[in-house]
Design a protein around this ligand. Structure first.
Ligand code: ZN
Length: 719
């Protein structure tokens, strides 16, 4: 049964106050992700989606002027029924303004601090209008170096009241109910209102105000505090706006706003190991990166372990009538690209494992056709549900602050070993931070020969606990790789990518928008792509590789892609992954498949549920391969062939403790190669065609310096 929205009754009761505000929520008819894109380009942040008899509608908050812009862009606009405009007043059961005497946020925090020895309140800066930005520490008053910092924040965006109530309840719960020992081992901070001016303004002037209250000097007010952080600030105009009147106005410069500066100074003084920034609403747990489609953080395994997957999510939504039963976890661009945003900044600037939670997916009461998201009911029991839905994730985050590499969540733990995440067309390896870095790559093709050994054609991106290493080696039909220096090997047992030779695949259509080869598969409707049968007998440590991109929306999470595998030729299927939201650039996915060990009749299928989806380079893979024989240990400096007749030669030597330095000289004394290798390296491959300059036939001298020893070998090149 639909619950009456008490908050709305309270809102309607104050409608006699002067209507200073001109903003109101409106519904805009859209035709799927393309329509959402055009809204973003017009400077609107989509607040939610609803489906009506007329079709899909996006909810945005618009002024009369911006409503005219929507109309000029050809978009049909209708007011959202049942949601009041204007000031909210300050007489709710649950919600209270920042300034309200006795029961307001500031008064409540100060009262708690005065009466509870576990609650301490600090001002970390002042807003544009001079309000204190209050940080609450629960536990001991002072930081201790042995206790990792954890930070929770609410209300960057003024109208997102439930995020402040979430933060307030978290403070109370930690002070009253935290298990013994938790506060003794963590420094837990909560900033309930990041944007106090905007928050206050939603009570006094405009319920739907989002930004801070900066006077932009041109008749407009407000900078979006969650587009003002210095990382990727102004990266493009899709992820924030340069127009002062827009809802996502990024401000005149990176970190220009005092509210942003306060958070930056707080991070410099108390760098959080993990943090959660609460917003409303959508039912999402987002993490870096958000600035560009397809960008994946090196610490992806930690983010995934904590926030879970669509099959095993960390946060369930128990609010009645919500659009979706759980919070979709994913990189920020699953919602839409954002720049100057908090989590990308905290992660890059302070190595914080940072999450944005969009609390609850919003609620529709079918009888009244009432839509609510920002205007969450003024109902303590419902707000408490949101809090208790999110408490387990908050506690998992606090626990993970001890050692993020040991983070655990519903979808498992963080792998401790290096891992190949894609074999082909690019090799992506996820590594423990500080461990050995790959120094070359051996690639075998379909015919079995080593097609290429490439040196240092790689890129390393360093995260907090994990690193990415991505080789830019692209070899047609690579079937196995050995990542030298890590002990990692991987093999594609099967591969398909819509090419002419990929027989036996059914469903979907071909497109020449491919990540490998000439074609990829795509669909824009309910359609299933099914692989032929692959025999995996005798195989273990199996996983599925695929490259994907998709045009979906987290506002319509029922539109999604499902990945299923079968070990019995397609008689029974198991769902092993789901793909949701927006992701308009190719990226690789790895799905472990322990259940297919040794299966003779392995198949995979991709089920589009109203999802616009592309796939390429799909293959069953194994971490265990016999494609590369182990090199026997060597006594001195050895070469793989002498004289050299091919295009490359491998030097190998006994392991030492320092960094090996390798040089190759002509007998005339010219140095052709000079390289300092990572400590522990025992191999180096010399590409005799590197730089498009073929090394001439003749005699050369190879010199290796290691741990004070010098080893030399004479080498002949004869082709
Ligand atoms: Zn927000």
């Amino acid at each position: 049964m639909a619950r009456p929205a008490a908050g709305l009754l309270a809102l309607l009761c104050v409608a006699s106050l002067p209507l200073a505000a001109q903003l109101r929520p409106v519904a805009v008819r859209v035709s799927g992700p393309k329509g959402l894109d055009s809204l973003a380009r017009l400077g609107f942040e989509v607040a939610g989606m609803r489906r009506t008899a007329a079709g899909l509608e996006a909810i945005v908050v618009a002024s009369p002027e911006s409503e005219r812009r929507l109309a000029l862009a050809g978009l049909a606009v209708a007011p959202v029924s049942g949601v009041p405009v204007g000031p909210a007043g300050d007489s709710f059961f649950v919600y209270r303004s920042f300034d309200k005497p006795v029961t307001g946020i500031r008064a409540t925090l100060l009262a708690w601090a005065a009466t509870d020895t576990l609650i301490h309140v600090d001002s970390i800066g002042a807003s544009v209008q001079g309000r204190a930005i209050l940080a609450v520490k629960i536990g001991a008053a002072a930081d201790a170096p042995g206790r990792p910092n954890v930070l929770f924040m609410g209300t960057h965006h003024a109208r997102e009241w439930v995020s402040t109530e979430m933060a307030m309840r978290l403070i109370r719960w930690l002070a009253d109910s935290a298990p013994p020992g938790l506060l003794a081992t963590r420094d837990v901070w909560v900033i309930p209102v990041e944007n106090p001016d905007g928050y206050q303004y939603t009570f006094t002037n405009d319920r739907f105000w989002r930004k801070n209250r900066r006077d932009n000097g041109d008749g407009t007010f407000g900078v979006d505090p969650n587009r003002n952080y210095p990382e990727f600030w102004g990266y493009d105009d899709a992820g924030s706006s340069g127009a002062t009147g827009d809802e996502t106005y990024r401000g005149p410069g990176p970190g220009s706003e005092p509210e942003t500066k306060a958070i930056m100074a707080f991070h410099a003084a108390h760098p959080p190991v993990v943090s959660v920034s609460y917003h409303t609403y959508s039912g999402l747990v987002l993490y870096p990166y958000g600035f560009r489609d397809g960008a994946l953080a090196p610490d992806l395994p930690i983010y995934r372990a904590l926030s879970g997957s669509d099959l095993l999510p960390a946060v369930h939504d128990s609010v009645p009538n919500t659009s979706f039963p759980y919070y979709h976890p994913g990189p920020g661009w699953n919602l839409y690209p954002t720049n100057g945003e908090y989590t990308d900044w905290a992660y890059r600037a302070h190595r914080t494992i940072a999450f944005t939670t969009e609390l609850t997916s919003g609620c529709c009461t079918p009888d009244s056709n009432l839509y609510y998201g920002f205007v969450f009911p003024d109902d303590s029991a419902l707000v408490n549900r949101v809090f208790h839905d999110n408490l387990p994730f908050a506690l998992a985050v606090i626990a993970a602050a001890g050692d993020p590499s040991m983070a655990t969540g519903p979808a498992g733990t963080v792998p401790t070993a290096p891992r190949i995440e894609s074999i082909w067309p690019e090799t992506w390896v996820n590594l423990p931070a500080g461990g050995p870095i790959p120094f070359s790559l051996s690639v075998r093709g379909a015919t079995g020969g080593i097609l290429q050994r490439s040196l240092q054609s790689d890129s390393l991106s360093q995260g907090t606990v994990r690193w990415w290493w991505r080789s830019d080696v692209t070899v047609d039909q690579a079937r196995a790789v050995r990542v030298e220096g890590t002990g990692l090997e991987g093999e594609l047992i099967s591969i398909g990518g819509a090419e002419d030779a990929d027989l036996g695949w059914t469903g979907w259509i071909r497109t020449n928008d491919a990540v490998a080869g000439s074609y990829a598969w795509t669909t824009a409707t309910n359609d299933t792509l099914t692989s032929p049968i692959v025999n995996l007998s005798g195989r273990s440590r199996l996983w599925l590789q695929f490259w994907t991109k998709h045009r979906g929306s987290t506002f319509t999470p029922e539109q999604r892609g499902l990945v299923q595998v079968s070990g019995d030729s397609g008689t029974t299927w198991s769902t092993v992954a789901a793909v949701e939201g927006d992701g308009s650039a190719w990226y690789p996915m790895r799905v472990d498949l322990p259940l297919l060990t040794g299966a003779r009749g392995a198949r995979v299928r991709f089920i589009s549920v109203g999802f616009t989806w592309w796939l390429d380079a799909v293959g069953f893979a194994s971490d265990s391969t016999g494609k590369f024989a182990a090199l026997p240990p060597v006594a001195g400096l050895e070469v793989s062939e002498n004289p050299v007749r091919g295009t490359q030669v491998v030097f190998s030597w006994p392991a030492g403790s320092g960094a090996p330095v390798i040089g190759v000289y002509t007998f005339g004394g010219d140095r052709l190669v000079s390289a300092t290798l990572p400590s522990g390296s025992t191999e180096y491959a010399w590409d005799l065609t590197a730089g498009s300059r073929r090394v001439p036939n003749g005699a050369y001298l190879v010199v290796l310096q290691l741990d004070g020893r010098v080893m030399r070998r004479r080498l002949f090149v004869t082709r």
